[in-house]
Ligand binder design. Structure first.
Ligand code: PDD
Length: 286
């Protein structure tokens, strides 16, 4: 069944949705995006995604085309029109479509391009991989120096996912100077002697909305959290490992580069945090 999508103020069937070939997102990856999950027809962690969108736009000197309230109603309307029970809302804002290709930014009054669409994923929170865990490989982190901005430059993460797939794994963790940065589309964690360790916020990683909510849950139940970089060696010697993202929530990592993490089974901390996070985020869904 065809989806109803949103392009620049209009809701229309996906087959009828078009943007210009001169769009800066298409020609230059000059755009930012957000992915918000939907559970039971409601948006998960929406205020966090809205705040990060505003920050990404600000960091790139782009105007935010909507207020938070307008973004919320666009999201809600798409979820309703497509009868999404569980799934995702994808949102992208680009620097718009000037009349020709040019490295120089177009004038500030060039209207941005705004696209939103839904992806229905029935049973998203009950995905089987939450029980079995993911196997990850490691790859060098070859991305640019502003990974904190959620831009649509996703070629390297996409290549990383393909390298993982070819190696029979589920994802790749990226490593810079011997230290793990993050997964291709998720934040990375290890657990050692009961302590949860995840890289501190900087330009090196995306400031995950799920990361912030999960760390809050962990602290509320007196789990100890260390926000610092960890090495690949530490990860290989960890008791547990896991990832977080808006589309996967919390997923245990059971192997790194073919070596089992801890017992090689999903760990107790990751399993508990997944349950706590899902309960908490559902209670605040909007
Ligand atoms: N990815 N790190 C990277 C590089 C990401 O692309 C993502 C999200 C995260 C987790 O952030 P959050 O918890 O806010 O989803 C970390 C989304 C889900 C995607 O690209 O589909």
């Amino acid at each position: 069944m065809s989806r109803i999508v949103h392009v620049n103020g209009t809701f229309l069937p996906e087959e009828e949705a078009t943007i210009s070939i001169f769009d800066r997102g298409f020609l230059m990856s000059d755009g930012v995006y957000e992915v918000t999950s939907v559970l039971g027809g409601k948006l998960i962690d929406f205020p966090g995604h809205c705040a990060r969108l505003a920050r990404s736009l600000r960091e790139l000197d782009m105007v935010n085309p909507h207020s938070d309230a307008e973004w919320l109603s666009l999201h809600r309307e798409l979820v309703t029109r497509n009868a999404v029970e569980d799934g995702l809302v994808y949102l992208q804002v680009t620097r718009g479509a000037p009349p020709d290709r040019d490295f120089v930014f177009p004038p500030e009054d060039t209207p941005p391009t705004v696209v939103l669409f839904t992806q229905s994923r029935p049973g998203l929170a009950d995905a089987p991989y939450a029980q079995t865990g993911w196997r990850v490989i490691t790859i060098p982190d070859l991305r640019w120096g502003r990974c904190d901005i959620k831009t649509v430059q996703l070629l390297y993460p996409s290549m990383g996912k393909m390298m993982a797939k070819k190696a029979g794994a589920d994802d790749a963790w990226m490593v810079r100077d011997g230290m793990v940065t993050e997964g291709t589309s998720n934040n990375a964690y290890i657990v050692k002697d009961g302590r949860i360790i995840t890289r501190e916020l900087s330009h090196d990683i995306l400031h995950g909305i799920t990361r912030s909510a999960v760390l809050k849950c962990a602290r509320e139940v007196q789990m100890s959290v260390e926000e610092r970089a960890f090495s690949l060696e530490e990860a290989l010697a960890a008791d547990e490992a896991f990832i977080t993202s808006a589309s996967a929530f919390v997923v245990p990592v059971v192997a790194i580069d073919g070596a089992p993490v801890g017992s090689g089974q999903p760990g107790g901390v990751a399993t508990r945090l997944r349950a706590l996070y899902l309960e908490e985020s559902r209670a605040h869904a909007m």
